[in-house]
Ligand binder design. Structure first.
Ligand code: AMP
Length: 546
């Protein structure tokens, strides 16, 4: 029997409309690329978002069109999130840290109509100018006074909004309409697109605060240090207005001193980001001998939070929790808030628990499988590849059937490439990574791409890239190579050879020459053996520091 209840589509714009009405005192504080700090309430942002939507209509943007951004965290980027999705178009956030050839690939693959660019990234776009599609229109995200002297044929964001009406009839977009697009570079080959819907985004926004109960409190301030150009800043631009929190957006100021002073001045209660940024903030906290005023809650994700970091923040009265997730999961799949029974446990027991990735969110199902795809028990011990299923998980990659086939199993679950165990209470422990990648500062580096580029050098016979732990970047790539003859090219020579295909930060930190590489039973290079062999290896930069 069919129930008799209304069915209203879940729409992203309704989150902002709700905040503008119910949480009208909250809003967004943005440290902008212009150097100022901008403040606006949700009602003011709602009006500007309507102006933007009207302007987009004026530029011919229609349902399903892709509108790209190259931007930091700030109110204009937020307006694009809501304004673009609000009219049924797709907000495509581009990661400016990707190598130029990947940025060009994804602009082409996504078939972007418009590209909105923060001032910082104007030189990047100028460098790509000759290779961008001829019909791609550019908008620089600033006012007329700050428009740069550039050869780009670009519109000015504030002028675009200026004369537009501050109201609009938002269309009734069906909830499965695409709303956001984010490419992950988390494999070899071309980046792959996760295409979020209004429904998946709203459900994610609703479920995350249910488990992360320490972070979301109406009237308090929350700072996404995780960038809006990567998986929607973990959904915070949606969670914050929904829960009545003010967003404090750091813009380009992501170093320890920059974060400290903004958090201190703006009384940020909760901060979210990858371990690298929290390592930077910790140094500043140690230098100043105090935490930023009002800072009490820290959510670490993107890579495992080191135990020493958790201990250091907790010792200063900041509650730490981990979140685990993926671009393909909108992205959050777990949260590490302690269950009530653990609240009074001894400190070391609580820290042990916080070193895990947390318990699963409502609506995200886990499955651990062995090498033959057989389900393994959730006993907290048995390890296997983690598969996930749920309303916030991709059903396929955007226009990429090959990658989709490789990622999904026969039962419709998505393979995360993480090797993990799950306990009977849904607690996830990440044990290893099946995907051949290095994660540095929250961003991926493909070992296989580096290996292919290095072996194309005539003096390199064979090689393997392994991840070496780094206190600031979490991991850095190191090349272990077998030379083809007597010649052993220096690291700089290899960098010069590989440069066209990688961003500078993706290059290996060192090259180690060996006579041969260890092989597995099936004849593949055994990275496990290599990692064990180089367990005591110290990166050159750190050697010099000691
Ligand atoms: P991305 O799609 O770039 O967000 O990266 C997702 C991947 O980051 C996951 O599949 C994990 O390998 C890794 N990751 C994210 N959060 C954590 C965490 N808390 N602990 C360990 N690894 C993590």
């Amino acid at each position: 029997m069919q129930g008799k209840m209304m069915h209203r589509p879940l729409r992203i714009i309704d989150i902002l409309a709700f905040a503008a009405e119910v949480h009208a005192d909250a809003g967004i504080v943005s440290a902008r690329t212009e150097g100022d700090v901008h403040r606006a309430t949700y009602p003011q942002i709602m009006a500007r978002t309507a102006q933007l939507a009207n302007a987009l209509h004026g530029l011919g943007v229609g349902t399903g069109d892709r509108v790209a951004t190259l931007a930091w965290n700030g109110h204009r980027h937020f307006e694009l999130y809501f304004g673009v999705a609000g009219i049924g178009a797709v907000c495509h956030t581009i990661n400016p840290r990707l190598p130029a050839e990947q940025i060009l690939y994804i602009i082409d693959h996504a078939d972007d109509r418009l590209l909105f660019v923060d001032l910082t990234f104007v030189p990047l776009v100028e460098g790509l100018r000759d290779q961008l599609p001829a019909d791609l229109r550019l908008v620089i995200m600033t006012d007329r006074a700050h428009m740069p002297d550039t050869p780009l044929d670009a519109l000015c964001y504030e002028e675009l909004l200026a004369d537009q009406p501050a109201g609009i009839d938002w269309p009734e977009v069906p909830e499965d309409t695409a709303a956001g697009l984010c490419y992950t570079s988390g494999t070899t080959g071309h980046p792959k697109g996760a295409l979020y819907t209004h429904r998946s985004t709203v459900l994610h926004a609703l479920t995350v605060p249910l488990s992360q109960t320490t972070s979301f409190r109406a009237g308090r301030r929350i700072m996404p240090v995780v960038p809006m150009f990567h998986v929607n800043a973990w959904g915070l631009p949606y969670n914050a207005p929904l829960t009545g929190m003010t967003l404090v957006m750091p813009g380009p100021n992501l170093d320890g001193p920059g974060l400290f002073s903004l958090m201190d001045a703006e009384r940020v209660y909760s901060g979210w980001g990858v371990p690298t940024v929290w390592a930077g903030l910790l140094s500043e906290i140690e230098a100043q001998g105090r935490v930023p005023e009002g800072f009490a809650d820290l959510v670490v994700g993107g890579s495992a939070a080191p135990r020493a970091m958790i201990e250091a923040y907790e010792a200063r009265g900041v509650t730490v929790s981990q979140a685990w997730g993926m671009t393909e999961m909108s992205p959050i799949g777990t949260h590490g808030v302690l269950p009530p029974r653990m609240q009074d446990a001894p400190e070391q027991t609580r820290i042990d628990m916080k070193c895990n990735a947390g318990r699963r969110l409502f609506g995200v199902d886990f499955k651990i499988v062995d090498d033959d795809g057989r389900r393994q028990p959730h006993d907290g011990q048995t390890t296997g590849e983690l598969y996930v299923r749920g309303n916030t998980v991709i059903s396929e990659y955007f226009e990429n059937p090959g990658a989709t086939r490789a990622a999904m199993d026969g039962e419709g679950w998505f393979g995360t490439g993480d090797v993990a165990s799950v306990d009977p209470h849904g607690l996830l422990t990440i044990r290893d990574r099946a995907k051949d990648l290095v994660k540095s500062g929250g961003e991926w580096i493909s070992s296989i791409d580096l290996e292919n580029a290095a072996t194309s050098h005539p003096a390199i016979h064979a090689c393997a890239v392994i991840a070496i732990p780094h206190p600031k970047w979490d991991e850095r790539p190191v090349l272990v190579a077998v030379p083809a003859g007597e010649d052993r090219p220096a690291l700089e020579d290899l960098h010069a050879h590989m440069a066209p295909h990688f961003a500078k930060w993706q290059m290996p930190d060192d090259v180690i020459y060996v006579d041969d590489l260890p092989l597995t039973a099936t004849g593949k290079i055994s990275k496990l053996t290599l990692r064990e062999r180089f367990a005591d290896y110290v990166l050159p930069e750190l050697r010099e520091a000691t």
